[in-house]
Ligand binder design. Structure first.
Ligand SMILES: NC(=O)c1ccc[n+]([C@@H]2O[C@H](COP(=O)([O-])OP(=O)(O)OC[C@H]3O[C@@H](n4cnc5c(N)ncnc54)[C@H](OP(=O)(O)O)[C@@H]3O)[C@@H](O)[C@H]2O)c1
Length: 257
């Protein structure tokens, strides 16, 4: 690899599957050196075999806050000056109503989607501010804006991502550091629903039956576009859905006589 002066370095969390994998593939094609982080290191090594030495596999659980705080020491020094952070690692667990939901599932979502993302940002942001350059792209969700039955804590974690992203923009005024929140709707071709339904692939597959969802490549295209805009342009929030997904009426509970 060449010296940092020529490198654009991206760090992508949740790189072993779905959006993260597609984003790594796209960023490498766009000339980035990519640190690909996730828990399943074997998957990341396979990705390196596929994409070459410009991908650096990093075994990381974003809930391991000691490792996250030391991330700049853990990654090789010549890759530690991050230009682009993609906070993508995240998950939904369960679709039960709040009164029946698993507390463990709730806590795992909060630890991953909120605390992990926050601590990754805390670890990387000062370096960007110091050099007056950098971009953080958070992967939120339409679930952070539009409530749905069973969305309880998952949607709340993504609402946090949306507001955290905007508040970062307020703090970063004058630093030239950009922050964006990409909010996808129903997306197929990932492990998201299999994880949500705790491995029940029948339930997971049913969600995509006879629907053309957006795909990880569409998210990667969006992220690449947001990142490639001129430095004076900041996309604050971008929401995308499959054309087949839309809105329905608010629920009304009627008294039955
Ligand atoms: N698919 C959708 O419909 C959809 C819609 C809107 C938003 N999103 C959001 O998009 C992001 C990516 O989801 P996806 O659809 O690509 O799902 P996915 O295929 O399940 O990928 C999730 C990724 O997150 C990683 N991850 C989970 N927990 C982690 C942890 N504690 N530490 C590090 N990495 C962790 C997983 O890797 P390891 O298991 O190897 O650690 C995996 O690489 C998530 O934030 C999700 O909420 C998805």
């Amino acid at each position: 690899m060449t010296q940092k002066t020529n490198l654009r370095i991206a760090l992508v969390t949740g790189a072993s599957s779905g959006f993260g994998r597609a984003i790594c593939t796209r960023l490498i094609a766009d000339g980035y050196v990519v640190i690909a982080a996730a828990r399943r290191i074997d998957r990341l090594q396979q990705l390196q075999d596929e994409l070459g030495s410009n991908l650096y596999p990093l075994e990381l659980d974003v809930r391991d806050l000691d490792s996250v705080a030391r991330i700049k020491e853990i990654i090789p020094e010549h890759l530690s000056d991050i230009d682009l952070l993609i906070n993508n690692a995240g998950l939904a667990l369960g679709i039960d109503p709040a009164q029946k939901a698993s507390l463990n599932d709730w806590l795992t979502m909060i630890e991953t989607n909120v605390i992990g993302l926050t601590c990754m940002t805390h670890a990387i942001l000062p370096g960007m501010v110091k050099k007056q350059s950098g971009h953080i792209i958070n992967i939120g969700s339409i679930a952070g804006k539009y409530p749905y039955p069973g969305g309880n804590v998952y949607g709340a974690t993504k609402a946090y991502v949306a507001q955290f992203s905007l508040n970062l923009r307020a703090d970063l005024a004058g630093t030239c550091v950009r922050v964006s929140d990409v909010q996808p709707g129903l997306c197929g071709g990932t492990e998201f629903s299999a994880v949500r339904f705790h491995g029940d692939s029948e339930k997971a597959n049913a969600l995509y039956a006879n629907v053309e969802p957006i795909l990880p490549a569409d998210i990667a295209e969006t992220v690449a576009w947001v990142a490639a805009l001129p430095k004076h342009v900041n996309i604050n929030t971008i929401e995308l859905m499959p054309t087949a997904q839309s809105f329905s009426a608010l629920q009304i509970t009627r008294n039955i006589k």
